[in-house]
Design a protein around this ligand. Sequence first.
Ligand SMILES: Cc1ncc(COP(=O)(O)O)c(C=O)c1O
Length: 449
Amino acid sequence: MEKNSWINIKTPLPGPKGQGVLDQDHQFVSPSYTRPYPMVAKEAQGMVVTDVDGNTFLDFSAGIAVCATGHCHPRVVKAIQDQAAKLIHMSGTDFYYPQISTLAQKLAEITPGASDKKVYFGNSGTEAIEAALKLARYATGRNRFIAFYHAFHGRTYGSLSLTASKPVQRKGFGSLLEGVTHVPYPYCYRCPDREVDGTCNPACLRVIEEVLFNSMLSPMEVAAIVFEPIQGEGGYVVPPKEFFVELKRISRKYGILLVADEVQSGMGRTGKMFAVEHFECEPDIIAVAKGIASGLPLGAIVASSKIMNWARGSHASTFGGNPLSCVAALETIRLLEEGLIENAAVVGKFLIQRLWKLAERHAMIGDVRGLGLMIGVELVKDRKTKEKAVEWREAAIQKAFRKGLLLLGCGENTLRLMPPLIVNQQQAEVALEILDEVFAEIECQRVSF
Ligand SMILES: Cc1ncc(COP(=O)(O)O)c(C=O)c1O
């Protein structure tokens, strides 16, 4: 079925070659991965992914918000190829090379805050969070952390201790890091106070000081509050500005560091380089990964030189900040600054407006929210009760896939739209058309998966 120049589904899904890969994968690859549908990628260019059977899909997942510049952007590919012919690895832990220092300077320049900054490099989001936790303890001499329910910060033991997104992510893994306390994240769509009088009365924001500090935790033991400026895996939840004002107040009053996890929300996705910029928030430590290098593994934390003042040998990584990832990141940032951040803001706004229009026709759309190209569509069975349409969300993802649109979910009942930042309005229209069809089919069948 050819729907447009991007999507062409010509075999059943998975196709015969795809099925062969699935069989091999199921035999040899860890079953812990999530894989919501049988998409078997062969190659990808820009917004389009081609599977091993020649079917083409429009990608609104960007490899989980990673391929910021689109798949295989020619300038990123060239930067990687040129670098690969010269120096692939040396290890920033023990040696110097210009790519790592140039990228560090660039990240220091583009992150919020005027102070002198320093950058630590790892290979992933979870490593960035591990580094942030260690640095926060080291810099403050304090042990404890505050994180938020529904947060996702990664899956290694430190970051997993902060993650509170799904029980399966923790179940069976034994004891985690001591001293992490979770508090509610402001979730305006489901805020009981808002429902009472229709205004923002952020009681959830006062929990830290009024409840936690008064009942069980001395603020003077807290090294850092770790937060996502927009909750990602938790449901693409955008907090009110008051959240950031309160975090800053608490942080300054008690000397607690603010660690912003911008792993998913950073690198232009929200229409600004970092999501905290929408809220005039200057965190003490920023963690980045995912979109930073258009698909090559890289994670980083950025902090003031005063905070990132740990001893030689105290933290490092063999591969972190390898030359290939660094040049890919430098080219990615150039492309973001040359127009992709602006494009994310413009196309994101268009998508959000049009999704609200769709909501006029589809009662199952309870909420549309987001900034730039970090957009969540929360599905409900009933707009009044806000009963979560968990199976309909699953059905929507499956149906969209079969129509050639790659989507992922977040939270229990939210669809997330996180295309590469190169997406244009025509491609957004195609995605909207498919979503319109998908919602209509679900409403008509009341699909239960
Ligand atoms: C906000 C956030 N932090 C951390 C991570 C962990 O990143 P990684 O999977 O690269 O370890 C993720 C991954 O989804 C994330 O969304």
